[in-house]
Design a protein around this ligand. Sequence first.
Ligand code: N01
Length: 552
Amino acid sequence: MTTTQQTDQAAAPPTAEGDQLQYDLVVVGAGFAGMYMLHRARTAGFSVHVYEAGSGVGGTWYWNRYPGARCDVESLEYSYSFSKELRDEWEWPERYSGQPDIERYANHVADRFDLRRDIQFETRVTSAVFDEAQHVWAIATSAGDRVRARYLIMATGCLSAVNLPNIPGRDSFVRESYHTGQWPKEPVSFAGKRVAVIGTGSSGVQSVPVIASQAASLTVFQRTPSYSLPSANGPIPVDEVQQFRANFEAIHAANLKMPGGTGSRFTAAVQGSVLQVPIERRSDVFGKAWTAGGFSFMRSFSDIATSHEANGVAAGFVKEKIRELVRDQETAELLCPEIPIGCKRMIIDSGYYETFNMSHVTLCDARIEPIEAITATGVRTVKGDYEFDMIVFATGFDAMVGSLTRIDIQGRAGLQLRDAWEAGPRTYLGLAVTDFPNLFTITGPGSPSVLTNMMVSIEQHVDWITNCLEYVRERGASTIEPTLAAQEAWVDHVNDVATRDIMHTAPSCDSWYLGSNIPGKPRVFMPLPGLPAYIERCNQVAAAGYEGFVLA
Ligand code: N01
């Protein structure tokens, strides 16, 4: 691999003796969560130090610099809300921002709020051990730091621990290879090269058209076809930006009442069931939503996510579109998914299906031709050997828990977080974990996180954590930790809500939400559907003196 693989680097844990408490908070990660945590906690008078493995800020948007990387939430909403000045001065060039613009925004925020002085780059936290005698976290890093902090805040992101597929011979390829989630900063040229892309989730689907436009040939290895919707991306009209800014407070408040924390400006085209309207009207509504782009399609009727039958009708429309867009009907059929639409994270693309009309682009489907091995010079399938100059692994992430369990985190009595979560993640509110005092997870499993606009969830979590830390400080306590009973009840609640979410938990659907993209990972639905009820619960817990937590 030409990329640096994230590994479990188990450095020796720091010793308890002799070390002074250096910081109130150590924050792990300088993506949008870590940056806002630093800003809020600093403003509240805490001393904060942030460790970041990359050489710059941006987190997801630092690492995922693969060609075509783009956000599927509208730029105006995929922005911090906490500062009016920041909102008003920043101009997004496109409705759906590309990675370079989002990284530029992250850097602008870091400069504007003078964040860099408390961020240590190119430093990975390797272990964190809770010292039960001193009530502090003893933290070790890849750069040899040994520091002690009262609180450990994990801002490690939900999609940051990359998944390299367990294909035999994976590391034997001697030419260029990359994982989309650890794309190098140096330019990568595809010109004149025979390129393979393995994986057809968002990262694969976004990168395919860009790679195809430059490579000599492109072979796309698909294991499961995904539904993708056109973005209809373009500049944001000036009057829309003005309207958005003028009405920001109302729009933001309305977004907080939406299940995903976004999209209040675009309500369902038809408030009712797709099954109750005549077929011509259905096609008309679907067609308009398809042309409007982005998630509009999923909002065309109000029961696409709640009725199997309605979901099937919507899926049928998309499959017809695929058959229209892809000239070779054999390829088109292979691209048509069989799973419910939306059970995996929806993909928003820029010309994905059309790319298969290019004569140098080939689809290699695992149902016909499974991959047997990676060789020194390419990929071996059951039908024979393909030679490539470059392999792009667009094979996703050990989502939601990988970035936490790959670090050696020890709570009370040496309990390892990865052992505590062996049967699936267990948290209280997706924010804290029993037996791991003074540890908080931003957008952790058991919170709505990846089912929402992450910016909204990040801000909600950071604000809640900061208020909580102020509360603990005011009471002169040195630890805060959820009770086992509160955590168990929360896990039961998350499971209960997930079971009722028929779309995301369809038995036919193996998604990273369920952990089923990682061999051996327990099949547990990790995020909690429904942001508004979640926010209400978090607020109730705080108002009741942090109910379910113990302060000591
Ligand atoms: O990862 P994925 P991703 N052999 O897990 C295949 C966010 N994101 O990086 O479906 C062969 O979705 C796997 O096949 P299968 C977004 O939330 C957002 O693309 O498991 N193939 C699948 O096709 C997204 O959902 C944006 O059968 C193998 C692919 O690799 C999330 O990140 C952009 C394999 C992995 O797809 C993850 O997306 C990019 C194997 N052994 C990402 N193992 C936007 O904002 C895996 N695969 C738009």
